[in-house]
Write a protein that binds this ligand. Structure first.
Ligand code: URA
Length: 192
């Protein structure tokens, strides 16, 4: 299956109740040429509206942070653990995340990222859970990369705050920017 075919499957997905309330599923977008995939939690209202990830306020902070480091957003593949918006932006339910997980696994097996950057607790817990690491608080793993194999792909899972958390608490911004810089610098040096 190609990535484009997978995106079509996701756009038509009815595996969980979120399909009933979504306007658009948000499969993901971008390129894997830097070897890096960014994984958020779930689409919000803006993303649901247009079917693209991280285009609302949190997305603008992410895009700006990447741009300040000289990284074009389009050079990074960006997706979420859950591909449809939970109503009212509540956190995705366990069953919703479980129903959607095969899509993230398939994205990883197709794109073969060297590094997956997990934004926030839902993403960090999901991805680190796949390599057998329990996470209590995102603060315990933030700023670090953990090696592991997901969907047969050897990669590193690197964790930072969700940009929405940075918007709520600007004091997290310094760590967030430093983490993104570290994760991308290491990736760029090592693979290109
Ligand atoms: N928050 C996320 O986790 N993902 C998006 O795509 C937008 C906001």
């Amino acid at each position: 299956m190609t990535l484009e075919e997978l995106h079509e499957v996701i756009k038509n997905c009815t595996r969980c109740p979120l399909h009933k309330t979504r306007r658009n599923a948000v499969p993901g977008e971008g390129d894997i040429k830097l070897g890096i995939m960014i994984v958020g939690e779930a689409p919000g209202a803006s993303e649901d509206e247009v079917g693209r990830p991280f285009v609302g306020a949190a997305g603008q902070l992410l895009t700006k942070t990447l741009a300040e480091l000289g990284i074009q957003r389009g050079d990074v593949y960006i997706t979420n653990v859950v591909k449809c918006r939970p109503p009212g932006n509540r956190p995705p339910a366990r069953e919703e995340a479980a129903a959607c997980l095969p899509y993230l696994l398939k994205q990883i097996s197709i794109l073969k990222p060297k590094r997956v950057v997990a934004l926030g607790a839902v993403s960090a817990k999901t991805l680190l859970g796949l390599v057998g690491k329990e996470v209590e608080k995102v603060g315990d793993v933030r700023g670090r990369c953990y090696p592991g194999k997901i969907a047969g792909v050897q990669l590193e899972i690197c964790v930072t705050y969700h940009p929405a958390a940075v918007l709520r608490n600007p004091r997290l911004g310094e760590d967030f920017r430093r983490d993104i810089a570290t994760f991308f610098k290491g990736g760029l040096d090592r693979y290109f």
